[in-house]
Write a protein that binds this ligand. Structure first.
Ligand SMILES: NC(=O)c1ccc[n+]([C@@H]2O[C@H](COP(=O)([O-])OP(=O)(O)OC[C@H]3O[C@@H](n4cnc5c(N)ncnc54)[C@H](OP(=O)(O)O)[C@@H]3O)[C@@H](O)[C@H]2O)c1
Length: 348
């Protein structure tokens, strides 16, 4: 049965709503009717620069919340009609700028009772990127994380008590999840750069100190030293512009580690013995699957207990057709401290 999807017809082509047949879920998979999907920077970057995807027409989008519409063979723990949320992937069967998508059940979470479907759609990519950067496997020369013990496992809860962490870009979607995970991991103090208007919001997520992101980065280390004398062993740079990477790397103590969300532009100082991890923020990747399955097994409960909160959301009009204008606002840096959400079923 044909349903609607938002396509890029050819590499760097325009966005266009069109029809696509609903797929049948394979073994271990769910068919999800998408009620809410989130917009992410990677979506406009792929359309504008033409990297990463080779098969067109292509559907993008990697965040979904909706209702289970069919179960593949062997699926247990889910029923048709369950409300769920999950990360999508950049293939036309698993992307989320469409009305129906397919997802492996083992990386799908049931919607907790205390958040809406719109809020749930703000979680998957941002949280995966935050979590896999801190707790994902260390992959020398490849994309990976710092290999810390995750706080959704008993051994990881509070494990890093007394260690400071610096988050560059605390108000980004990824940054909001890094803050919350750092809190569960026990990091202290948690220090983030952000626009100062976000201070009380970021403190509600667990930040101890906000540094104005507009200060010259040359002043970063002296600001940090006013908040902690402990060696800075972990920096998470959710911005990863060349200048933030450089500032984060130089703020680290000897032997410390920095997580980047974009490829490294850092001039490595071998004598400082610092680690650089470039995260691949998807639980769909085989290298991240085990960590993703572990995270998704605890996700509903983490949210229900208020230990993880979704991003604040703005819902866009016109369903899938409203996504291109929203992506343009993301590209123009007009979105501050919240996630844009589209409702595919509301496409005219
Ligand atoms: N490697 C991966 O797998 C992966 C996965 C996900 C995302 N990413 C990348 O990660 C980056 C962040 O994604 P996102 O979705 O979290 O972004 P986002 O929420 O769209 O980012 C918007 C925020 O960026 C903040 N910001 C911009 N420049 C800043 C600076 N110089 N210092 C501090 N904050 C700054 C703004 O903060 P204020 O409101 O405080 O001004 C704004 O709130 C993007 O480049 C994205 O492509 C990579």
């Amino acid at each position: 049965m044909p349903k609607l999807a938002l396509f890029i017809k050819e590499k760097q082509g325009v966005w266009e709503v069109g029809t696509k047949d609903i797929q049948t879920p394979g073994e271990g998979e769910l068919l999800v009717k998408i009620e809410a999907t989130a917009l992410n920077p990677v979506d406009w970057k792929i359309q504008k620069y033409g990297f990463f995807i080779e098969e067109y027409p292509a559907i993008l989008g990697t965040d979904s919340a909706g209702t289970v519409a069919a179960l593949g063979k062997g699926v247990t723990g889910f029923a048709v009609g369950d409300k769920v949320f999950h990360q999508g992937w950049f293939t036309n069967d698993k992307a989320t700028f469409q009305q129906y998508t397919i997802v492996p059940a083992e990386i799908t979470a049931k919607l907790p009772s205390n958040i809406s479907l719109d809020e749930a759609a703000s979680i998957p990519l941002g949280l995966a990127t935050a979590a896999l950067g801190l707790y994902g496997a260390v992959v020398p020369q490849g994309q990976g994380g710092l290999g810390l013990t995750p706080p959704w496992e008993d051994a990881g809860r509070g494990k890093y008590a007394g260690k400071p962490i610096l988050i560059l870009g605390g108000a980004t979607s990824v940054g909001q999840f890094v803050i919350q995970l750092a809190k569960l991991s026990g990091f202290s103090p948690i220090i983030a750069t952000a626009s100062l208007k976000h201070t009380s919001f970021l403190k509600s997520l667990g930040v101890d100190h906000v540094i104005d992101r507009k200060i010259p980065l040359s002043e970063l280390t002296s600001q940090l030293e006013s908040f902690t004398k402990a060696p800075l062993e972990v920096v998470y740079d959710t911005v990863s512009f060349p200048e933030t990477q450089k500032a984060g790397y130089s703020a680290l103590a000897r032997g410390g580690s920095i997580v980047l969300v974009l490829s490294s532009q850092i001039e490595v100082d071998a004598s400082a013995n610092k680690t650089i991890a470039y995260v691949f923020g998807t639980v769909h990747a085989p290298s991240n699957r085990a960590a993703g399955v572990s995270l998704y097994s605890k996700l509903t409960s983490l949210i229900e207990k208020g230990e993880l909160k979704p991003n604040r959301v703005e819902v866009l009009p016109n369903g899938l057709a409203g996504i291109p204008d929203g992506l343009k606002r993301l590209e123009l840096d007009q979105i501050s401290g919240q996630k844009l959400i589209a409702r595919p079923q509301e496409t005219a």
